[in-house]
Design a protein around this ligand. Structure first.
Ligand code: FES
Length: 154
């Protein structure tokens, strides 16, 4: 097996440190969100700075960004070094809008929760969950937000 340098991590080490499964790391790599080099043995070798990128990906997913959006954001960061405070603050200023949208979405869900669980009609005409503010209709029939669609941007 090839030796790791101090600046390199194996996929198992990245997984252990980040708490992200190796399969998810391979998926992120397939999507171009993170990069590794291959050792002579064929094993992945990640630069240490990848941990910051993974933290970013995990947080961005929780905020509700799609993988495409995350990729666009990561393209704005330096590739294989830890981003500076300035790099991060440029990104986070855009995220506050997204977080506000997410809070508003959750507030709508909270308002509809008791009524809708007791009802179950999922009416496109009157149900806040099936069609909040009529904005979900363009995404197709059914309870769009329950089945995983994200609200349209305001
Ligand atoms: S499920 Fe009937 S109003 Fe939402």
């Amino acid at each position: 097996m090839d030796e790791l340098t101090n600046e390199q991590l194996s996929i198992g080490e990245v997984s252990r440190r980040s708490g992200v499964a190796s399969s998810a790391l391979r998926f992120y790599e397939d999507r171009g969100l993170i990069r590794s080099e291959r050792a002579g043995s064929g094993h992945r070798r990640f630069p240490r700075a990848v941990l910051r990128r993974i933290a970013f990906i995990v947080f961005a997913q929780r905020v509700g960004l799609t993988l495409e959006e995350i990729g666009d954001e990561l393209d704005k960061l330096p590739e294989n070094r830890a981003p500076t405070k300035r790099d991060w603050s440029r990104l986070s200023s855009r995220w506050s809008t997204r977080i506000d949208e997410r809070i508003a979405e959750l507030e709508r869900l909270k308002m509809g929760l008791t009524e809708c669980i007791g009802c179950g009609c999922l009416s496109l005409e009157r149900c806040k969950l099936a069609n909040p503010d009529d904005r979900a209709a363009s995404k197709g029939p059914g309870p769009r937000y329950w089945i995983g669609d994200r609200p349209l941007s305001a």
